[in-house]
Design a protein around this ligand. Sequence first.
Ligand code: AMP
Length: 415
Amino acid sequence: MSFDQLGLSKPLLRAISEKGYTEPTPIQLKAIPEVLKGRDVLASAQTGTGKTAGFVLPMLHLLTQEPPQRKRNIRALILTPTRELAAQILENAVEYGKHLDVRSMVIFGGVNQNPQVRALRNGVDILIATPGRLLDLHQQGELSLRNVEFFVLDEADRMLDMGFARDINRIMDLVPKQRQNLLFSATFSKEIKRLANGILNNPVAVEATPENTTAEKVDQRVYRVDKGLKTAVTIKLIKEENWSQALIFTRTKHGANKLCEKLEKAGIRSAAIHGNKSQNHRTKTLEGFKAGKIQILVATDIAARGLDIPLLPNVMNFELPNVPEDYVHRIGRTGRAGASGEAVSLVDIDEVPYLRSIEKLLGESMPGEVIVGFEPTNTPTKNIDKKKKNFRRPGADSNDRRKPKPRSNKSTRRY
Ligand code: AMP
């Protein structure tokens, strides 16, 4: 099936072909015709499935059926959890709409609001926004949502995780009752279903991957290793397996910085991206990564959310997430749009319960392997700490743990 058969207008088909897409992805095949019919859609799709084009293309088609009015009003509102995701959706909307007379813009917090206010005053058809800044500017009377015909809630599960439920409800009170709605989510908890019931009107459900399962294209590996040896294992894997580019997840911002420093010391070009870094820094880092100047991007879940990095070959969980759904999000960063990818997780004894929850969510077992020379002692960190406190030898370095010395041996055995 080609794009021509989906019913999209000629200027859109031209932009699609200029972008180099030859055929629609499964989510596009399912969602585009339904959106064009005017239906509300509940879509289960992870990043990397082509979901953005799945809603941006038919939205552009519908909005450009009539010539634009002299004073442009916000007719489409796309709500996203993070600034990065918002910026990427804008990038897509501009590219797909390049042969159409349609104005899109993005607003998010953390940057000066004045340029955003000026652009809003010039009139805009499509507004992509994070909830906080949207509500701020609305309260200041700088924008009206009374003309919204088309509403998209992207990454709804992450919105709820980030505590945006109340903001979403406030925004729903500002848009007209009569409108077309789309809701995208990678996972479907009870809360998401409840939120969807409140927003969508008789929706069609479409899914790109079965609920809560990992993309088949992703080859998943789990290594059991002690916490203290994770950095050494990471460096070993990057170097010995010649990872060209990888995204590495840590649980904390501090952990991201620390790992990044150690990788740099080992001669691996790395950068950390997390909520404490400025928006400019994050944008620059992402550009550097996309341009191939940075080999390893170390990120926390929230910062990495929605990053559009096509064809990322490796993803690593330096630490497992404690929310199992985050594992699905994380490994959705590899094996995107037709390419195959690999996800490696380093799991210490304290994280075994997280591993079990992930296995339960995915309905598959993930046997751990051991790297020779890095065999885990399986001593819980808490116990190590206790031992250190109680049995410290006089004059011993507080970091002096009895660790096996890593040997450089590539072979692994089943755990
Ligand atoms: P998304 O899931 O929207 O983040 O898209 C993931 C990546 O797939 C982006 O880099 C898109 O440019 C790309 N993409 C989207 N649709 C297609 C398509 N039909 N063919 C090839 N690549 C696509």
